[in-house]
Design a protein around this ligand. Structure first.
Ligand code: NI
Length: 181
């Protein structure tokens, strides 16, 4: 089932999400929610979606970069479900790139992100995950885990003059359309 996406202004987008109780992860309702979030991410051509974006203030996010028509040059990221993720910066060096967000339609902004992170989380069946992510993969995860803290990419922008509408930017500045997560 495709879920309605909350936009900036809806309280859950600006609320720190609560941890998921791991004993409920294998329940039918939780697994259905994960499937619905994945379906919603695909429907709107996002590369990630966090539960606060579907009106639920819980620490759950999904992401995938696979044969994406808008990012053919990006290394693929397998479908990943993150429950209660913790992100540690491995390499504090940052890189700038354009980001968008399904909760902030039509806008894109230039956002610095750490280039290498460690991610500790639980997967969709509650199994522990511990991996490092780099570059675009690390960017998508940082964007999604920010959502779980009630933050959006606008908060990370040092220079709001680098915020604009996608169709205007595309005509002048950008070599490729950016991520929507
Ligand atoms: Ni987003």
């Amino acid at each position: 089932m495709i879920l309605k996406v909350a936009r900036l202004g809806f309280p859950s987008v600006r609320t720190a999400a609560k941890p998921v109780a791991l004993e409920q992860v294998k329940s039918h309702d939780f697994q259905k929610l994960v499937d619905d979030m994945i379906e919603t991410m695909y429907e709107y051509h996002g590369v990630g979606l966090a539960a606060p974006q579907v009106h639920l203030p819980i620490q759950l996010a999904v992401l995938e970069v696979q044969n994406h028509p808008r990012y053919p040059d990006m290394p693929p990221v397998p479908l990943t479900v993150l429950i209660n993720p913790r992100v540690t910066i491995v390499d504090p060096a940052t890189a700038d790139d354009w980001e968008g967000c399904l909760s902030i339609p039509d806008l894109r902004g230039l956002v610095p992100r750490a280039t290498e992170i460690r991610v500790q989380a639980h997967g969709r069946d509650g199994e522990p995950l511990d991996f490092t992510a780099r570059d675009f993969h690390a960017r998508v995860i940082q964007h999604e885990t920010d959502h779980l803290n009630g933050e959006v990419y606008l908060d990370r922008m040092p220079n709001l003059s680098q915020l604009g509408f996608l169709d205007e930017w595309q005509r002048f500045l950008m070599p490729r359309p950016p991520a929507r997560t």
